[in-house]
Design a protein around this ligand. Structure first.
Ligand code: IVH
Length: 746
């Protein structure tokens, strides 16, 4: 409950609310119209918080135009479609200055004059959006979609903090305005760090993070992500008549709608090319991604004369900057060990400034990649940063290779052992990466610990990257369960810094962590199963396991039974199956419900883990700590009996899904949506799979689904299916669900 003086009456509350709204809107205007904020973000947030508290206490008095409306309303089922008043076109683009010349000459020819004024703006690498204000009030916001119709993303767009929901006096009666929504680079990095700490996959680049956020049906998620918007185009306008792009920019500023951070003007091709060059320098100072310059004719009358082709206007052109590439020295190659023991070679570079930041490391992916590009220590390499925050080594500059250079041999380099623990490394069939098998490998322990503590796992606040590394480095933690034995004093005095420059964890953090550990003891079985980091057991497999078993004991007993029947070799066999090497189902495990419902691979890995020494030690220690997590979703009815909890009458009732590849959101988000719609999510593809939801870089599961003729849907197909009429059975062909595209600029 908000902390309000009890004497506040409805009248005083209403008065204060009105005052706050005026004040917040005033700060928004200062921020955008004059680019001169007079309060810090913190002070701004405090005002917003006070208003939210008042609205909580007096909901009847809350104004629909309150700036708090952007903190995220209730979730929706699907996106309504909105027809754009004016079609959203795209732009012709080029990487060559000559083609800018051709574009200019064509305009001179068509207009019959050399007197052409243009404006040049940064091309924001975001997600296109169209907003409609009616009588100064935001009516809706929509994605580009197919250009004619887009998704209604109003609720998500409203969460953009400084976007006016109401325009000031003098607003046009109707304003359809176009822009790009983006996530600032700094916010993107922070979001990714948080995601990693919580065990979620990182977004590849800010644009994907933005698109993924806008696709969320729950605006509260968008509200937590700091999106922003820059406007650059006009759809329809009534009541005001800007005669040029420049006048339109003035109008945007007057309305408090952010537009380009800098605009150039050019009246000749030479000036335009010079502006593009300047812009290429300027854009590196921006905290958001830009991938080009847009040259557009200033005068709307001239724009009209030039007209449009079927897809793009003849009065504008995008000049795209090639991803920035720079040369630098590859000083050495180090090897990182991930949670599952995967060894990733990393290029240690002579620090070099590229696309707005200094880069000193780049991933080399795996040793096959190194072989393919013949990358050697001592080479001068070309690195590229193309929107993606993680730079890549593109190629070697062979002319600069030292005469005595030696080919790089990954295994020799690591002396055939894990660089972290000295344990055995293997490259499993069908895999490109080497993996360390050492369960007690420090690098693995630290990453497992971070996973264990993630938000969706046991939610142990405080155990992030540094704390986990230090706990392992100082020998305080060897397995995640050791956390439960840490003394408050040990934690409070844990040095997170160096010997010379100590920085302790502190009493407050220690107390918070201990409280979180207490809470974790009572967390349900599914969370624990996910937290312990069994390969292939994600959130959804963990939930299914917990649906079939009451506690670890029950799962372990299956594991024992399997042992009695000497199926361990079969489990190994299953690992190969999992890697798509063999297609037939494993005869030993197949009859078990656990294999059928959790997926053969996840089931095999779980049983494997619990029957091995490390798993046994885990169970013993868990018992010794007095922790016995219980299932909170126990319901072992076979899903096919129709009585299972996951059955129900939702749109996806009776369907079984497998999710693979990189999607715009964590797989678990999709899994949740499938379950909410009555479907079931399984870990491996079989003849019983109704659909495979496949993202980018889908591998063996996609191949298997295609083999078994299981319909494959991409995200758009999935959305279409969820939004469409109740599911009556899989479509006839893999293309069935793909027809409808939800274009979020990806
Ligand atoms: S003007 C008729 N200006 O880039 C389209 N577009 O690749 C006129 N974009 O569709 C667009 N920054 O979504 C314009 N300063 C800018 C832009 C910009 C980004 C987007 C826009 C456009 C796409 C074309």
């Amino acid at each position: 409950m908000p902390t309000l003086p009890t004497a506040v009456t409805a009248d005083t509350a209403a008065a204060r609310m009105a005052e706050l709204i005026t004040e917040i809107n005033h700060h928004n205007q200062l921020y955008y119209q004059q680019a001169a904020p007079v309060v810090s973000d913190r002070e701004y947030d405090d005002l917003l918080r006070e208003l939210m508290d008042l609205e909580d206490a007096w909901p009847a008095l809350a104004s629909p135009n309150s700036p708090t409306q952007r903190v995220g309303g209730a979730p929706i089922d699907s996106f309504r479609q909105i027809r754009h008043l004016v079609r959203m076109m795209s732009l012709d683009n080029t990487y060559s200055p000559e083609e800018v010349g051709t574009f200019w000459q064509r305009m001179v020819r068509l207009l019959g004059t050399e007197d052409i004024r243009t404006v040049i703006e940064p091309k924001v690498d975001g997600v296109a959006v169209s907003l409609c204000y009616e009588n100064g009030r935001l009516k809706y916001a929509a994605t580009r979609g197919d250009g004619a119709t887009g998704d209604d993303i109003t609720e998500n767009v409203k969460t953009i903090r400084r976007l006016p929901l109401k325009l000031p006096a003098g607003a046009p009666a109707l304003l359809e305005v176009r822009g790009e929504i983006f996530m600032p680079n700094s916010a993107f990095r922070q979001l990714n760090d948080e995601r990693e700490a919580a065990g979620d996959v990182r977004f590849v680049n800010p644009r994907n993070a933005t698109a993924g956020t806008l696709k969320q049906l729950d605006p509260r998620i968008a509200a937590k992500r700091p999106l922003n918007v820059i406007f650059h185009g006009l759809g329809r306008i009534e009541g005001r008549t800007p005669g040029s792009v420049s006048e339109f920019h003035d109008l945007l500023r007057e309305m408090g709608l952010r537009n380009a951070d800098r605009v150039w003007k050019a009246s000749s091709l030479g000036e335009a090319l010079a502006a593009i060059q300047e812009l290429d320098i300027f854009r590196r100072t921006l905290d958001y991604e830009t991938d080009g310059a847009v040259v557009k004719v200033d005068d709307y009358a001239q724009q009209q004369l030039l007209g449009v082709t079927s897809k793009a206007p003849r009065w504008a052109m995008a000049y795209k900057f090639a991803a920035e590439r720079v040369e630098t020295l590859l000083k050495s190659i180090t090897v990182q060990v991930g949670r599952t023991g995967v060894l990733t070679p990393v290029a240690e570079l002579e620090p070099v400034f590229v696309s707005g930041s200094t880069v000193s490391r780049a991933t080399l992916h795996n040793d096959e990649e190194i072989q393919r590009k013949d990358i050697r220590v001592g080479d001068t390499v070309v690195i590229e940063k193309a929107g993606e925050i993680i730079p890549a080594v593109v190629e070697v500059v062979l002319e600069k290779r030292p005469a005595d250079s030696q080919p790089f041999h990954f295994l020799n380099h690591i002396h055939g052992r894990c660089p972290s623990c000295g344990g055995e490394v293997v490259k499993e069939e069908g895999f490109v990466a080497w993996r360390c098998l050492g369960f007690s490998c420090p690098a693995q322990i630290a990453t497992r610990l971070k996973h264990f503590a993630g938000r969706k796992m046991l939610d142990l606040e405080g155990v992030g990257e540094i704390v986990a590394d230090k706990l392992v480095e100082r020998g305080l933690v060897r397995t995640p369960l050791d956390l439960f034995e840490l003394e408050e004093h040990t934690l409070a005095t844990l040095n997170l810094g160096t010997e010379e420059k100590a920085r302790v964890f502190g009493a407050k953090n220690a107390a918070t962590l201990l409280a979180a550990l207490e809470r974790a003891k009572a967390m349900p079985l599914s969370r624990w199963l996910f937290a312990i980091g069994i390969p292939d057991v994600g959130d959804s497999a963990a939930r299914e396991l917990a649906r079939l078993h009451r506690n670890f004991g029950e799962i372990a007993r299956i594991s024992d039974k399997e042992e009695e029947r000497a199926v361990s070799p079969a489990l190994k066999e299953l690992r190969h199956l999992a890697k798509g090497k063999r297609k037939e189902d494993n005869p030993v495990l197949a009859p078990y419900q656990i294999a059928q419902e959790v997926g053969q691979v996840a089931a095999a890995e779980t049983l494997d883990f619990l029957s091995q020494e490390s798993g046994q030690a885990f169970l013993t220690k868990l018992a010794a700590l007095g922790i016995d997590p219980q299932s909170d979703n126990y319901n072992p009815q076979p899903a096919s009996s129709g009585k299972a909890k996951t059955g129900g009458g939702g749109r996806l009732a009776g369907t079984t899904w497998v999710i693979t590849g990189t999607l715009s959101q964590p797989r678990e988000t999709f899994a949740d949506r499938i379950r909410q719609a009555g479907g079931k999510v399984s870990g491996s593809v079989s003849a019983k799979t109704s659909y495979l939801l496949a993202g980018d870089e889908a591998g063996s599961k996609l191949a298997k689904a295609q083999d078994l003729k299981v319909p494959v849907l991409d995200e758009a197909g999935f959305e279409a299916l969820l939004a469409g009429p109740a599911e009556s059975g899989p479509p006839d062909s893999a293309e069935g669900g793909r027809a409808e595209q939800m274009d979020l600029g990806l």
